[in-house]
Design a protein around this ligand. Structure first.
Ligand code: IVH
Length: 701
């Protein structure tokens, strides 16, 4: 290696010697200046994320440098900004011995473990009592060891077994935030002539997702997670491929140096930063273990907010001399510990694949797993998205699969761990018939989903009823999945309208039903009849029609007959309704089975009529003989609109409260009128109360 460098230094001297004309000398100077500026602007862009020049200017400078280097290939050096993708594909990676062991880290799984780590250290060395600490994110990437000689990046290696790694220099050159020459800012003091830096190469979650999408579209193999992507990208034999991967670097320690280097971890981070290395901006320094423990708790809460995958935090003794003196246990230095966040990705065995039939007949495969704990919850099932996903990932029954549970989402299978295959795993064949009704399944052009199109499919019926009675739809309390299944199994419910003709005696026949339970259920069903139209629209489960749209439709149409006769064109006039949803609505009402269902609902007395329209249409004078005063800020209508409504319904509106006032309609911030009404014992109503009053007196309730 040294020989290599000496050779290059000699070459530089020779080069200068053979530059005999003034213009050549100038060209050489220009090239040197371009290189330095390009290094600097690359740093501003990729490390500081604060570019000073436009991409166009950068590209022009780079093009000019290329031009000069093409004229003078003998001037090309490996750290030239043109050489980031200079290497040619390798046959295999060469082994590199590390200058010192590249250590690992002991894990702590909770705050007690961290406390115990600290107490152990305290018993070993009393200086520990006075030390401070640095906390850094534990980035889930790949360790790299970077060698610099006289400021030049000369070699980069993987960690390997800690003693020997692989030479991935050409690939690392393509990592744009990795400085090819330090210090990047020429005004900084020069680094030691020999410096070995350790860091982590990784990919952000966003870039990972974008890359996988790109790979999928190109029909190539996708990666399981960001870590796996960083590792796979760095271990490409062709650096040109690595260059297309948005890899990032964060440097965090100095492994070896032949000059003065900082004595604390905190200063090391500042120092690396000053040299031009990308360094985390999230590091924290804390004076004592209590603060550290408190800070760790905060880190755990912040976990999901980073744009990279962090699997924990690293707590380091700040005093590097003390840390070194504390020694090593196996491959773990005593002076640092990794507090791992609960894993959100875990592998387990895929025992079988089940298939769910959804409300609309969509078949969804799900994984039946060997139970496994993920982030404090035992997971036995996880979604497999759709059948194409299983095929694309080549997921086989018996495979060890990677499962993720994050946030509120349902656990899902990421993919198989192909290396763990033993050979007896079985490929999966999607069902050709519905698992619930055994009718053939269908696939529609341009969609990934497979459907059971049998309208009488019991599984769909269960989902349908489940949706119909759910909280945002008809909100029938006490009608859980188990009871829905019971009702369907017993043949009592063949469609949602049958709920409204259930008899007490029918229910009492069912297992687990006593009189009280039966009565409660019947009452809840009965009560649902007064749900407003928008709830019933939601309950019908028309594809694409959610809460907001149902409310819009209910405002516009008087009842389901009116909605059912709306045309495709008319529906599209409504804000938020595009051709797909308009078509879904028209189709729903066109289906004879649905028409029959609506008739049945009407006969059962479930036929809500929407608010606004109803009052206008019915034209009666339900408020005749009553006197109203309106005060305060109302929420749905202006005061004038409410007064108008009262008048149109035959009521009288006055300005001041008296004994003759029948009702005071009050909104927010009602003032003296409310006091007066209380004083005189005049009844008050809010906006909803007024609507109910009109409703009741119209004889509609
Ligand atoms: S310090 C002796 N700091 O975690 C120093 N490691 O489980 C030991 N890692 O192999 C490493 N971020 O790949 C350190 N800020 C950080 C880190 C970090 C990620 C990785 C590193 C190491 C692994 C240990």
């Amino acid at each position: 290696m040294l020989r290599h460098i000496r050779k290059r230094m000699w070459r530089d001297v020779l080069n200068l010697a053979i530059i005999n004309t003034m213009s050549e000398e100038q060209l050489y100077q220009e090239m040197q200046r371009l290189r330095q500026e390009l290094h600097f602007h690359n740093y501003r862009y990729y490390v500081l994320d604060a570019p000073l020049i436009s991409d166009g200017e950068y590209d022009r400078m780079l093009a000019r440098l290329r031009e000069i280097e093409t004229q003078h290939p003998e001037w090309v050096v490996p750290d030239s900004p043109t050489q980031r993708v200079g290497g040619s594909p390798a046959e295999k990676f060469l082994k590199v011995s590390h200058p010192v062991s590249i250590l690992s880290l002991a894990n702590a799984f909770d705050l007690q473990d961290v406390q115990a780590w600290y107490e152990r250290l305290l018993r070993l060395d009393e200086r520990v009592a006075a030390t401070d600490f640095v906390i850094e994110p534990k980035i889930d990437g790949l360790t790299v060891v970077l060698h610099y000689r006289n400021g030049l990046f000369v070699q980069g290696a993987t960690r390997g077994d800690g003693e020997e790694g692989e030479d991935i220099t050409a690939n690392l050159r393509t990592v744009r935030s990795l400085p090819l020459r330090i210090p990047v800012d020429a005004s900084s003091p020069p680094p030691p002539s020999y410096l070995v830096v350790r860091g982590e190469v990784f990919i952000t979650i966003e870039d990972f997702e974008a890359l996988n999408k790109r790979l999928l579209e190109a029909g190539e193999k996708t990666y399981l997670n960001p870590r796996n992507t960083a590792a796979g990208s760095l271990r490409q034999l062709d650096p040109a491929i690595t260059a297309t991967r948005p890899l990032m670097l964060l440097a965090y320690s100095i492994v070896a140096a032949d000059g003065d280097i900082p004595q604390t971890q905190w200063e090391t981070l500042q120092y690396l930063k000053a040299l031009g290395f990308p360094v985390t901006s999230l590091a924290e320094r804390w004076a004592d273990i209590q603060s550290v423990l408190f800070a760790c708790e905060k880190w755990q809460q912040r976990r999901g907010k980073f744009d990279f995958e962090a699997d924990g935090v690293v707590i380091k003794i700040n005093d590097l001399r003390l840390a070194a003196d504390l020694g090593v246990v196996g491959k773990d230095p005593r002076g640092a510990v990794a507090l791992k966040f609960p894993a959100l990705e875990v592998t387990t065995i895929l025992r079988d694949i089940g298939v769910n039939v959804g409300r609309t007949g969509v078949l969804t495969p799900y994984a039946i797993l060997e139970p496994v704990e993920i982030g404090g919850v035992v997971v036995k099932q996880a979604t497999l998205h759709n059948f194409d996903f299983i095929a694309e990932k080549d997921i086989r029954i018996g495979d060890r699969v990677l499962v993720k549970r994050a946030g509120d989402v349902i656990p899902y299978v990421i993919g198989p761990v192909v290396d763990a295959r033993r050979g007896d795993e079985k490929s999966y064949v999607p069902p050709s018939v519905c698992p619930a009704c055994q009718q053939p399944v269908e696939h529609f052009e341009g969609e990934v989903a497979w459907y059971c199109v049998n309208a009488a499919c019991p599984a769909q019926l269960v989902r349908n009823v489940e949706h119909f009675v759910s909280r945002t739809a008809m909100d029938i309390v006490g009608l859980g999945l188990r009871i829905v299944e019971q009702l369907i199994e017993a043949g009592l419910v063949k469609d949602v309208a049958d709920l409204y003709t259930l008899q007490r005696s029918d229910l009492l026949e069912l297992e687990g039903f006593a009189e009280k339970k039966a009565d409660n259920l019947l009452n809840a069903i009965e009560a649902s009849k007064s749900q407003p139209l928008e709830r019933l629209i939601i309950a019908l489960g028309i594809r694409g029609v959610g809460e907001v749209m149902a409310a819009d439709l209910a405002r516009r149409y008087r009842d389901l007959d009116a909605l059912g006769s709306a045309t495709f064109e008319e529906l599209q006039q409504i804000e938020g309704i595009g051709p797909n949803i308009a078509q879904a609505i028209v189709d729903w009402f066109a289906r004879p089975a649905n028409r029959a269902l609506l008739e049945k609902l009407k006969r059962c007395g479930l036929w809500p009529v929407s608010g606004a329209e109803k009052y206008l249409e019915e034209g009666g004078k339900p408020l005749e003989g009553l006197t109203f005063v309106v005060t305060g800020t109302l929420s749905n209508y202006s005061r004038e609109e409410v007064k108008e409504l009262i008048r149109s319904k035959g009521g009288k509106v006055t300005d001041s409260v008296s004994k003759k006032t029948s009702y005071l309609v009050v909104g927010e911030d009602a003032g003296s009128k409310l006091d007066k009404a209380r004083e005189l014992g005049v009844a008050t109503l809010d906006e909803d109360g007024l609507m109910r009053l009109i409703h009741e007196r119209s004889g509609l309730a």
